[in-house]
Ligand binder design. Structure first.
Ligand SMILES: [Fe+2]
Ligand SMILES: [Fe+2]
Length: 410
């Protein structure tokens, strides 16, 4: 199927006889329908409206079309241009420690944080009172790493296994929130609170039956209703937790609210959602769609950013999404990319003034399907001056069976 056969339409334009290609609500994990289907009756359209869908994609080769609706190819091209314009002049983050020296320190701290969060979750599953002191202690150290070099922890927190999703996702959301709030000038104390909020944002999931929480596939409508109760469970758990801040509470209670009022549990809209809640909503979605699960492969970061940018039309805070895209950059360090020369490379460092042409380390031949001696390529330089190559697209490491992070450290 070609993107030129696919149109983007508003939900108000949807009619019986159209073939839905993508409900465009990956953040909702849409348990209600198959993702692709022919619209058979008005009741289906009504149900989609009730679930807060704003826009969607239809396949015009398999059903009716809408005159003048933009093609998916045109939409993607426009989004890419807007993102490029947004990040082109963004300076790379200021760092007092270089990536190579911060990575090993960040790795140790992340291992420590993993232990603390794992213990916290297991205590919670057993019904014990939450004890925040160990989390506060490790968060202080994590904030220190973010202040020295925000890239190191962010890169490492992106490495996850398909198992134990709730745990890895919680740690990763905490780290991304730290990095994002740091980029927006938060104080050390504020960093501490958002980091804690991120790490415990899904703590209520410890009260969800494991067969639903860890189901290897799409949830049924009833199961999804149970899953949504995790927010209320988090509220109960955290209400009895000494020393929990209002910011951390907002993150736990509001990360499923949506800017257009279509989220849950309170259907809050616009500025009624706290800034921490808005930031958490963006990062929760970003981490979810970039993660590999047993039933789907995660999107590479650049594609995920494009989706987040698209959803800022309705579901996510537009200005905050722009700030997040600037913070993460178009090709985050650690991203796997394929180059015009037929090599795979990992994004190593950003070039000041042009985040679209970073320094990368090429390490794999796509033509010969084998590793090659790693070589640094500066994509902002011409051939003969250490450059002369171009990014074709971002790639999913699991598709190629490679670990790009290995080639970041030398
Ligand atoms: Fe959640
Ligand atoms: Fe979450």
């Amino acid at each position: 199927m070609r993107n030129s056969n696919v149109q983007k339409i508003a939900i108000s334009q949807l009619q019986v006889g159209m073939y839905i290609q993508d409900l465009d609500c990956g953040w909702m994990a849409h348990p209600f329908f198959r993702s692709r289907f022919m619209v058979k009756d008005e009741a289906q359209i009504q149900t989609l409206k009730e679930h807060g869908l704003a826009e969607l994609y239809i396949d015009t080769a398999r059903g009716l079309s809408v005159p003048d609706a933009p093609s998916k190819a045109a939409v993607v091209c426009q989004l890419q241009q807007e993102i490029k314009a947004l990040v082109a002049a963004t300076p790379p983050p200021v760092a007092s420690s270089d990536l190579q020296s911060e990575l090993p320190r960040a790795k140790k701290l992340l291992d420590e944080a993993n232990k603390v969060v794992r213990q916290l979750m297991s205590d919670c599953r057993l019904g014990a009172q939450l004890e925040l002191t160990p989390l506060q202690e490790v968060m202080d150290k994590l904030a220190g790493s973010i202040l020295r070099n925000p890239t190191a922890l962010t890169v490492l927190s992106g490495i996850k296994t398909k198992d134990d999703y709730t745990f890895f996702h919680s740690v990763s959301v905490g780290v991304l929130l730290l990095a994002f709030e740091h980029s927006r000038g938060a104080t050390a104390e504020a960093l501490m609170q958002v980091g804690i909020g991120g790490m415990i944002h899904d703590i209520g999931k410890m009260r969800i039956p494991p067969q639903i929480l860890n189901k290897p596939g799409k949830l049924t409508l009833d199961e999804f209703a149970v899953m949504r109760t995790h927010v209320a469970h988090s509220g109960e758990i955290l209400a009895g937790c000494a020393g929990i801040s209002a910011v951390a509470m907002d993150i736990a209670m509001q990360h499923h609210e949506r800017f257009d009022g279509t989220g849950y549990p309170f259907r809050l809209a616009g500025e009624a959602i706290s800034p921490a809640g808005q930031a958490a909503a963006i990062i929760d979605v970003y981490d979810a769609i970039t993660s590999d699960r047993c039933y789907h492969r995660g999107m590479p970061a650049p594609q995920a950013l494009q989706k987040i940018f698209e959803w800022s039309n309705h579901h996510l805070h537009p200005e905050m999404v722009r700030a997040f895209v600037k913070c993460v950059g178009i090709y985050p360090v650690g991203t796997l990319v394929s180059l015009e020369s037929g090599r795979l490379a990992v994004v190593q460092e950003h070039n000041e003034g042009d985040l679209t042409r970073p320094k990368v380390r090429a390490f794999y031949s796509c033509r010969n399907l084998c590793y090659i001696p790693p070589v640094l390529v500066n994509l902002s330089r011409p051939l003969g001056f250490g450059g002369g190559d171009r990014i074709v697209k971002s790639e999913n490491p699991s598709k190629w069976g490679v670990d790009p992070i290995r080639f970041l450290q030398f």
